[in-house]
Every structure is written in structure tokens, then in C-alpha cells.
Design a protein around this ligand. Structure first.
Ligand code: GAL
Length: 631
């Protein structure tokens, strides 16, 4: 199969004579896959139970006749107005108890039996009709699952979820710490989602609702997936994930898909966009266990939801597309094929922009299509894996918990912590995978844990065992602080790992903006740090860096400990970027982790996939690279 190339196609927005032009232009551009039907529910079922598949029959046949495959979507991300109008309890409620109405999209309550039944009915009807259509390559379930609802039906499902997790009410009371602030529940019926409350809500109630929110949406997804699979198990199924998205736990979701797919919209005005895009792509590859993944959506131009929707400069869409292929994607799709003339996304970029095919954007799309077709022909690329010696731990629960209200620093952002560790490695052309906290660390020379605030016993044991047998770990601050019930570990931090890291943290010491720590280090060179510090004490570890001056004078902030046959580094602060880069370079050198290509000019990215090395120049000017290719 060639590299997939195309985008979301919304023919229901256009009269049929445009469809003929569409397929002609698709062929010209080398498009071989389009996603159809994402928002077609109202067009497919104009009234309850009355289906109109005629137009979709024509579209799918037309695409097939022109050699274009289809990712067919169940259109359940945007129910038609008739559903919400007749059944207001299919509409979601916010934590404020206010109903969100139709007139936009995503207006569904995942717990609503009426919504579920209607969604399964349309998904089943589509599958019954098209599961063996020759154009069908892939099912695309829903779209960007994520909305949350706090209605009475969700409250009921939440109570059921809690009963599963905790068993009885006493255990729930114990886990939620309801002795605090007189929150003890005397009957299940009293237990609610975290609604709008006078002050800060119970932290585990909040966290459990986030966990539940991911699970209830996953239930919607798997129900539709199973409904379509039942008609033809040979067709793979996916749903599109977003870049860092806290509401749906990527690890739990990825295993339920046949192929992981990504929607990504880095900001062309962001100088760090190339790095950020690489990171999202590495996450998608990792969620799928290293298998090829699919870039489902990116904009060929502007993303109209940005406050300033600057288009991609010439060449940028090609660069970011090839970055996806380099980092393991076997397909590059866009949102969307033809620019909408109406509706909320009328200012969004598209493969065929408003200006029409006689445009810079369409010409670039055509040359990208041709290039991807050429790449499809080379041996040792498609389907191949991307080797990585470094894993970065990514954990949804730790992320959510670290950002709950009333943590020591409300500006402590989990994704920023991961990015701070990812960026210097990206600059050094060292490829990283992402791993779950309980993942198979032994596949890696080095495991980075920029933050793991919440730790399960299994994750604690997994990391300790890896170090013990010779692995190297770098652990960032505010880690090992709480268990999965959001109970703080007593006796110092990192709770389960004081022996592994040879350190005991007594106090967290978040720093206000503008306060800079001076740090002395003979080994790494002196540096500065900010935002976060800790009152730590070495308990067996070597002190590599310590604070100079101020109330933390002399406190260690970088420590290295031998544990079993391995090495455990603990970083109790947020070093300035160059200092963290030096530290990580040092650890990489110690562990034999090497760049894909050494000594490249800044801004030139190197990634190995299969037999190939991609060199991606993120600069505006020309870079000349002379590199001896090893045999
Ligand atoms: C995605 C969505 C698409 C489109 C796009 C615009 O979130 O899946 O349908 O709205 O954003 O950037």
C-alpha cells in the first residue's frame, strides 16, 4: 500500500457538479484517501430513522471509480438538531449545570442512553451499507473525543464507576478523604460529579471524574467500533487523537484502535513548532507501540480557530508532512480537502483553498502528493520502525493530578516539564519514544521522567527494577509525591524512591516569577534555575549541584545515585534550558545514547526510519551538510 495522502472531504457542503471537479483535482494531486462523513449525520439522517444514503452512495462510487480510498466516519461527533430538540437530555451540561445547546458541534452527553442508541443506529446503518464497499479502507469513529458532561445521567454512571473502583461507600469516603471539610457521604445518591461549588472541590472527586470522563467516552468509541467491525472485521478502525489532550488517556485509548491517528495544528508563528510537532508525532508512534501511525489532520494553511490565523509559509506543510513520515507515519492527511464557503470554518486552510486550484497552496499539495508517491516506492521505509534509545515517561494520571487546584505552584504545567526534557534531545537529534510509567524500560538505554507526581506501586517497582539491573533514569522535581488516591506520601519524597535516588525531600519550595536560583556545580558548570526548588538532603547520592545563597543555600538540586547496577539522577529544580541540555548531554554520553547524525547545524532535524535517515531543515536559509553515510 502506498503512503496515504489526502484529507477530510465534506461533499455535503457542495452541489454534485463540484464533486466531479473534486475527484479530478484529487487525482491531479495524487490523493488516495479521503475522510468522509465526519459531520454528515444531519445529511444522512435528516429525520429520526429516515436515512438518506443516496448522495453518499454516489460520492463513494465516484471516489472508487477514480481510485480514491475512503476513511468512512461515523458522524456521531455532531448529532443533528432534531436529536437535541426532541431529547434535551442528549445535550451535555457544564459543571455549572447549564445545558450546552446545538448550533455548534460536540453537543452530546456520553452517558445518555438516547444519544448512545441514536449513535449506534447511524453507525450500524452506515456499516450495514458500506462495510464491503470497495472504496472503504478505514473506519474513523466519531471525531476528537473529548467533551465532558456533568448531567444527572453522568452522575449516575459516575456512581457506578466509583462502585467498581472502590466497592463500598466507606472505601470511597476513605479514598476521597471526606473527613476533611465534613464531606462524608452517607448514601451513594449524595455523590455527584464535581459541579460548581462555593470553593475548591475535593481533589480526588475532581481527578476521578477526569478518569471517568475518559472511560465513558471510550465506552462510546468501543461501542461504535464494535458495531462497524461486526459487519466486516477486515476493515481497520481508528479515531483521531489530538496533541496533548488531558481528557482522554492516550494509553488506554490507543490499545482499542487498529491504527493510532493524530490531529496536529502547530502554530506557524511559534518558533518551537517544529519541535512541538516532532514531540506529538513521537507520542503517536509510542502510543501505538512503535507501529506505523496516521497523520489524520493538519492544516495545509491556516487554522481558523487561532487568534491570529497565519498560513503556513511555502514549504512548511511539506516539511511537517515529511517529519510525520520520518517519525513513523504511513499516511499524511489534512483538514480539509476543499475550503468551506460557509460555517464556522470558512476561514480555515484547505488543500483546495478559496482561490481555487490555481494557487500556491494547491500547487504545493500537488508536489507533496507526487513526493509521497515517490517515497512509497523506496524500499525499507513504509511500515518500518523508528529506533530510539531514550524513553520519556508520559502518564495521564500524574499529569491530571499535578495540575489539580491548590497544588504548591499553579503554574506547574506537566506538558511544559516534558517539553523541557524533550527539546534539548530534539535539538541534539536524539530520537525519543514515550513510555507509560509501567512500560518496558529495558528496551531503552535511558529513561527520562520529567515529572511523576502521582505514582502507583507497580510504576514504583518498575522504575526501581530497571535501575537495579543497570538502567539509567533521570527524575524531575515534584515527583513521587502522592499515590493514585491522591494521598500524599509521608516521610519524605520521592515517596517510594528515596533509596533508588539516594535523596530525601522534606519540603517543596515553589518560586514566584522573577526569583532566580544560583546553582553551583563543579561538574556541570554553574547555572541558574527557576519556578521550583526543594528542601532536599542527599541520603547516599552524590551531590552534583547545589543552591548558592538564599534560604535554600547549600541544598542539593542535582543528585546522582548508584543503585544496584544502575544510575538514578534526581533533579530537584527547573534548570535553565542550556543547563538542562548540558546535563542531558552528559547523561546521554554516559549511557552511550548517540544522535542520529552528529554535528548538524542548529534547526536541522535528523531522524532514522527503517533504512533511511531524514534530514529536515527548519531554517529559512540553505544548509549544506556533508556527512559520510555509514555502510
Ligand atoms: C479538528 C477537527 C476538524 C476541524 C479542525 C480544524 O479539531 O477534527 O473537524 O474542525 O480541527 O482545525
Amino acid at each position: 500500500m502506498p503512503l496515504l495522502f489526502g484529507g477530510d472531504y465534506n461533499p455535503e457542503q457542495w452541489p454534485p457538479d463540484v464533486w466531479a471537479q473534486d475527484v479530478r483535482l484529487m487525482r491531479e494531486a495524487g490523493v488516495n484517501l479521503v475522510t468522509v462523513g465526519v459531520f454528515s449525520w444531519a445529511a444522512l439522517e435528516p429525520e429520526p430513522g429516515r436515512y438518506d444514503f443516496g448522495w453518499l452512495d454516489t460520492v463513494l462510487d465516484l471516489l472508487h471509480d477514480n481510485g480514491i480510498g475512503v476513511a468512512l466516519s461515523t458522524p456521531t461527533a455532531s448529532p443533528p438538531p432534531w436529536l437535541g430538540h426532541r431529547h434535551p437530555d442528549t445535550l451535555p451540561q457544564g459543571p455549572d449545570g447549564i445545558r450546552r445547546h446545538y448550533g455548534s458541534r460536540n453537543q452530546y452527553c456520553p452517558s445518555s442512553p438516547v444519544f448512545r442508541a441514536a449513535a449506534l443506529a447511524i453507525a450500524g446503518a452506515l456499516a450495514a451499507r458500506y462495510a464491503h464497499h470497495p472504496a472503504l479502507r478505514l473506519w474513523h469513529i466519531g471525531n476528537e473525543y473529548g467533551p465532558s458532561c456533568h448531567c444527572g445521567q453522568c452522575a449516575e454512571r459516575f456512581r457506578g464507576w466509583l462502585k467498581e473502583r472502590y466497592g463500598d461507600l466507606d472505601s470511597l469516603n476513605a479514598a476521597w478523604g471526606t473527613a476533611v471539610w465534613s464531606q462524608r457521604y452517607s448514601a451513594w445518591a449524595e455523590v455527584l460529579p464535581p459541579l460548581r461549588v462555593p470553593y475548591v472541590v475535593n481533589p480526588l472527586q475532581d481527578l476521578d471524574y477526569q478518569r471517568f470522563g475518559s472511560d465513558i467516552l471510550l465506552e462510546c468509541y468501543t461501542a461504535e467500533r464494535d458495531a462497524v467491525r461486526g459487519h466486516n472485521p477486515a476493515v481497520p478502525v481508528t479515531t483521531n487523537f489530538m496533541d496533548f489532550y488531558r481528557h482522554t488517556d492516550g494509553w488506554a485509548w490507543a490499545v482499542e484502535t487498529d491504527v493510532v491517528s493524530l490531529d496536529t495544528y502547530p502554530d506557524p508563528n511559534d518558533p518551537g513548532a517544529g519541535m512541538r510537532g516532532a514531540m506529538s508525532k513521537d507520542i503517536m508512534r509510542s502510543l501505538g507501540g512503535g507501529r506505523p501511525w496516521l497523520l489524520m489532520e493538519q492544516s495545509p494553511g491556516a487554522a481558523s480557530w487561532r487568534p491570529v490565523a497565519t498560513p503556513k509559509r511555502p514549504g512548511l506543510n511539506r516539511l511537517w508532512s515529511l517529519q510525520a513520515v520520518a517519525r513513523g507515519a504511513d499516511g499524511v492527511l489534512h483538514f480539509q480537502w476543499r475550503a468551506s464557503r460557509q460555517g464556522a470554518e470558512r476561514a480555515h486552510g484547505a488543500m483546495v483553498p478559496h482561490a481555487g486550484p490555481d494557487s500556491r497552496v494547491f500547487r504545493e499539495i500537488c508536489s507533496l502528493g507526487a513526493e509521497l508517491a515517490r517515497l512509497s516506492e523506496v524500499d525499507g521505509l513504509l511500515g518500518e520502525r523508528v529506533p530510539a534509545d531514550v524513553a520519556i515517561v508520559l502518564d495521564w494520571d500524574a499529569w491530571r493530578a499535578a495540575e489539580l487546584p491548590h497544588q504548591p505552584h499553579d503554574g506547574f504545567r506537566y506538558v511544559d516539564r516534558l517539553t523541557e526534557y524533550y527539546e534539548p534531545l530534539w535539538r541534539a537529534n536524539i530520537t525519543c519514544d514515550f513510555a507509560r510509567a509501567g512500560g518496558r524500560f529495558r528496551d531503552y538505554r535511558l529513561v527520562l521522567v520529567p515529572n511523576l507526581y502521582q505514582v502507583t506501586p507497580a510504576a514504583a517497582a518498575n522504575l526501581a527494577a530497571y535501575v537495579e539491573v543497570g538502567g539509567t533514569v533521570v527524575l524531575g522535581p515534584f515527583s513521587g509525591v502522592a499515590d493514585p488516591d491522591e494521598r500524599i506520601f509521608t516521610g519524605g519524597w520521592p515517596g517510594p524512591w528515596q533509596d533508588v535516588f539516594g535523596v530525601r525531600v522534606e519540603e517543596h519550595w515553589p518560586l514566584p516569577e522573577g526569583v532566580v536560583l544560583d546553582v553551583d556545580s563543579a561538574e556541570l558548570g554553574d547555572f541558574t534555575a527557576s519556578t521550583w526548588a526543594e528542601w532536599a538532603q542527599a541520603r547516599g547520592a552524590d551531590v552534583v549541584a547545589q543552591v548558592r545563597g538564599g534560604p535554600l543555600d547549600g541544598r542539593p538540586v542535582v543528585l546522582r545515585n548508584r543503585y544496584g547496577a544502575g544510575t538514578a539522577w534526581y533533579i530537584a529544580t527547573l534548570p535553565a534550558a542550556e543547563a538542562l541540555a548540558r546535563l542531558l548531554a552528559r547523561v546521554c554520553a554516559d549511557t552511550g545514547v548517540e544522535p542520529v547524525v552528529p554535528g548538524l547545524p542548529p534547526g536541522v532535524e535528523a531522524v532514522r526510519r527503517g533504512d533511511w535517515v531524514f534530514l529536515l531543515d527548519h531554517n529559512d536559509d540553505t544548509a549544506e551538510i556533508r556527512h559520510a553515510v555509514p555502510d
